[in-house]
Design a protein around this ligand. Structure first.
Ligand SMILES: [Fe+2]
Ligand SMILES: [Fe+2]
Length: 140
């Protein structure tokens, strides 16, 4: 595995776009999810939304620091009329994020960008917590 800083910036920008879309998706899902049984997870996913925005800020700062231009594009957003389907969409997004950030940590370390790697590990740990919250709500 060998990567240039330019390639890494490109991938971090894709991660950034997916943080924006995750935040919007959570705001939408928290608003449209129905039923008293979903009260706890609705509270959780509102917190997730604010944490995805924190991730977007962190990534934007890191991309700028590395000499890149932070993207202002937003990734694909999914929604549904069904609570369970929305939670599945959110869990899929978190599992994708976990996969991407594991790779990104390795790439940052390969380039000896250890501060970036530390930030990415923090984000990765939070995505894992998000996935656990969703798994618990889904009874997985
Ligand atoms: Fe995130
Ligand atoms: Fe997340």
């Amino acid at each position: 595995m060998s990567i240039s800083i330019k390639d890494l910036i490109k991938m971090l920008n894709r991660d950034l776009e997916l943080e924006y879309s995750a935040a919007i998706q959570y705001i939408n899902h928290a608003a449209v999810m129905k039923g008293a049984a979903y009260g706890d997870i609705i509270k959780e996913i509102k917190i997730h939304a604010t944490e995805e925005i924190q991730h977007a800020m962190l990534l934007s700062d890191q991309i700028d620091f590395l000499g890149g231009t932070p993207s202002i594009l937003v990734g694909n957003i999914l929604t549904s009329g069904e609570n369970i389907e929305m939670l599945r969409q959110d869990l899929d997004g978190e599992e994708d994020a976990i996969r991407r950030y594991k790779i990104r940590v390795e790439q940052a370390e390969e380039l000896k960008e250890f501060a970036l790697s530390q930030h990415l590990r923090t984000i990765l740990a939070m995505e894992q917590e998000h996935a656990m919250d969703l798994q618990q709500a889904l009874g997985d």
